[in-house]
Write a protein that binds this ligand. Structure first.
Ligand code: FAD
Ligand code: AMP
Length: 480
């Protein structure tokens, strides 16, 4: 393929940050190229980044399959549906997941093509004077240079490694490995009880694995509101997840068949023996080989690229977005940054409210929130009112046998402006969006209380929690 080597915009990375930025740039009339080096096991280019290939999408596919398997074996009898014990075809489950990934990735390729974006399959390296060296994935092909008046860096992040459990991609794996086990491990140790550890722990637990989560911190899910974290912990334990807090993994040794993992808790050094280990201790920005040694790109304390609120780096016309910069490592945050940078480059006004990035943990029940937690408001000495409504009193949740959890709304004590919404319960990810929009419009709890919600719906729990802020929820007994 021959390429024009001069562009208005060159994007490095075709994850949810990069490909969205590229599409928006092209929509705005900018001649755009996107360089991406992801390839599947057959060497085929699969745009979509971590999110599509080894993150959001495959994990949700397996969460769905594993939940169906669990339901058939454990929850259908209540509905009067009798099923003889279901068996598992793990190869088919993985094939379904891979097929979803392939469909979506092909969709992104088509979108890039339809938007006349030149897609370069290779690794890009930033040089001086807005030039980028492309090293094609095809080892036979020669390196070449392209130029962008503007450059957007969107190379994402990588799983963090710890010396206590070096990844061998067989017995000790990162999240990518745990999304592709060929058989159900009997015992799986997961190092780190964060979002990824809990989601993948749920998948394998539902499929029959004995899952032990070793978490160095004493507190569970410190990023979430305490009410949600404590309720979530109770549910996970009752589902059979063995969550050991204050357990710092210190070493591991791979035997012929099993792995011994040593950890230190408050009392002593302990050991467990398992068949597989998943290291889920966080992710780090991917800056390796991203810029030449003579390029003075400024990094931040976390090893990511230092940017201002418009995602501008210290170099003129060079931007950075997504996991490679500050803020939560979430796909939608990167995509919104991508669109916002495209508008900036085109000279348009843009707006991205970094305070209203929703966060979701796709366990059962789901956990979702936006805005400030109660502990943050207390720390910042902001006066607030609280409204809580349980799904146990929500008709739709009852009909779905999914009546665990609650909605919690925090609003300013003087202005009633919504400051945070925290949900644990059925489809919390979807239900939360009502609140995100209300908050984006600077809404108050009273605005939600005066909105009409369809009945029966899960979202009615948001309505009732908003009424509860003023002690006037209908389907629970109020405090006054
Ligand atoms: P990436 O998606 O990592 O994409 C970067 C791309 O750049 C990749 O294709 C990479 O190969 C390429 N690249 C890197 N270096 C170069 C180079 N030098 N030249 C060319 N190309 C390069 N987030 C959510 O919001 N919801 C979820 O449910 C969710 N689930 C997750 C589950 C798991 C198991 C994991 C691991 C992550 C999950 N995430 C989720 C996080 C989400 O995947 C990331 O936030 C998101 O992918 C970041 O997007 P990005 O575009 O910044 O980077
Ligand atoms: P997250 O950042 O949400 O992916 O969560 C990663 C979790 O891994 C954090 O809660 C860390 O405390 C935890 N963690 C990091 N190192 C270790 C370790 N050596 N042993 C156990 N847990 C760890």
């Amino acid at each position: 393929m021959t390429y024009n080597n001069k562009y208005d915009v060159v994007v490095i990375g075709a994850g949810p940050a990069g490909y969205v930025a590229a599409i928006r740039c092209s929509q705005l009339g900018l001649k755009t190229a996107c360089i991406d080096n992801w390839q599947d096991k057959n060497g085929k280019h699969r745009p979509g980044g971590t999110c599509l290939n080894a993150g959001c999408i495959p994990s949700k596919a397996l969460l769905d399959s594993s939940q169906r398997f669990y339901q058939v074996n454990n929850e259908l009898a209540e509905h009067g549906i009798k099923v003889n014990k279901a068996s598992l075809n793990i190869a088919q489950m993985m094939a379904r997941k891979d097929n979803i990934v392939h469909q979506l990735s092909s969709g992104i390729s088509s979108l890039l093509q339809a938007n006349n974006i030149d897609l370069h399959h290779g690794s890009g390296q930033l040089q001086e004077n807005n030039q980028i060296e492309v090293m094609p994935v095809d080892a036979e092909a020669k390196r070449y240079i392209i130029e962008g008046k503007n450059i957007i860096l969107a190379t994402g992040s990588q799983a963090m490694n710890i010396p206590a459990a070096p990844i061998d991609n067989h017995k000790i794996v990162d999240s990518t490995g745990a999304l592709s086990f060929k058989e159900v491990p009997k015992r799986l140790a997961i190092i780190g009880a964060g979002v990824i550890g809990l989601e993948l722990g749920s998948v394998w637990n539902r499929l029959g694995t004995k899952v032990i989560l070793l978490e160095a911190r004493e507190d569970f899910l410190p990023i979430a509101d305490r009410l949600l974290a404590s309720e979530a912990l109770r549910h996970f334990i009752s589902q059979g997840l063995d969550i050991r807090l204050g357990a710092r993994v210190t070493s591991s040794s791979i035997g012929k068949k099993q792995i011994t993992v040593s950890y230190q808790d408050k009392q002593e050094q302990k050991r467990i023996v398992v068949d597989r280990v998943l290291v889920a201790v966080g992710r780090i920005p991917q800056t390796k080989k991203l810029f030449a040694a003579n390029v003075n790109l400024l990094l931040d304390e976390g090893g990511g690229i230092d940017v201002d609120k418009y995602c501008r780096t210290n170099l003129p016309n060079v931007y950075a977005i997504g996991d490679i910069v500050r803020g939560p490592m979430l796909a939608h945050k990167g995509s919104e940054e991508g669109m916002s940078v495209a508008e900036t480059i085109a000279g348009n006004k843009n707006h991205l409210n970094m305070n209203l990035i929703p966060a979701v943990i796709y366990t059962l029940p789901e956990i979702a929130w936006v805005g400030k937690t109660e502990q943050a408001l207390l720390k910042e000495d902001i006066p607030f009112n609280t409204g809580i409504f349980p799904f146990a009193a929500n008709g739709r949740a009852k009909t779905m046998s999914a009546d665990t959890g609650q909605v919690k709304i925090l609003s300013h004590a003087e202005t009633d402006k919504i400051l945070g919404v925290h949900i644990i319960g059925p489809f919390a990810s979807e239900v939360l969006q009502t609140a995100v929009i209300a908050m984006e419009f600077d809404g108050s709890a009273e605005d939600l209380a005066r909105s009409v919600f369809a009945h029966p719906s899960l979202s009615e729990a948001v309505h009732e929690a908003a009424l509860a802020v003023d002690d006037r929820a209908i389907h629970v007994i109020n405090r006054v």
